[in-house]
Design a protein around this ligand. Structure first.
Ligand code: ATP
Ligand code: MG
Length: 180
């Protein structure tokens, strides 16, 4: 699955709208310590629906919003959009480009959109389920992730294999129908 671009605005070190375009092949991000490299992967996790402030390396969700500098005032909201090439229909959504957006205001209001249409977090989770790309996917290997897989309880490790094998969706549907 090809990530076409990432648009970041008001998120952590990116007060202004910044668009990163990814070509085919490998993209490397280089820069001095503290310049915001890891904040880019945080933006990807965040737009995919990450809810854990620990994973996002902050203490409360509001901390993802640009907090200002001595010469620049803080922003009122953070917004990230991930554009994904879906010409091969790897995502269960009938469009060649799928743009997933998350917006979060200081007031605590938050919004998720798929191709500019407001959706629930549940829809985002379902969109990426079994693709390996979602919040619980393995496409972002953070520090300590390998250790946590090795040390995981067997049930948790099975979930990782289920996601990789593309069968999480069936377990999810079974659990959903049992709840009804
Ligand atoms: P390293 O090379 O050390 O891994 P890095 O380039 O990955 O560094 P990041 O961790 O992405 O750096 O960025 C850290 C910086 O982001 C810190 O300077 C921190 O102050 C800044 N930062 C984090 N959240 C915010 C925010 N809400 N507003 C403004 N700046 C923020
Ligand atoms: Mg870093």
């Amino acid at each position: 699955m090809l990530l076409k671009s990432l648009e970041i605005q008001g998120f952590k070190t990116f007060p202004d709208k910044t668009t990163l375009s990814f070509d085919h092949g490998i993209t490397a991000v280089v820069g001095p310590n503290g310049s915001g490299k890891s904040n880019i992967s945080d933006a990807v996790r965040w737009v995919l629906g990450e809810q854990s402030t620990r994973v996002l390396r902050c203490t409360k969700m509001e901390d993802v919003i640009f907090s200002g500098t001595p010469v620049r005032k803080a922003q009122g909201f953070a917004e990230v959009t991930l554009n994904i090439d879906n010409t091969l229909r790897q995502l269960p959504f009938d469009a060649d480009n799928v743009a997933v957006t998350r917006r979060y205001y200081r007031s605590g209001d938050s919004e998720y959109l798929i191709n500019k249409v407001s959706v629930r977090l549940k829809d985002i989770n379902e969109l990426f389920m079994d693709t390996g790309l979602g919040r619980d996917g393995y496409s972002i290997i953070g520090q300590g992730k390998i250790d946590s897989i090795v040390a995981a309880r067997s049930e948790d490790r099975r979930e990782i294999f289920e996601e990789a094998a593309g069968i999480s969706r069936f377990r999810y549907r079974k659990e959903e129908s049992e709840r009804r």
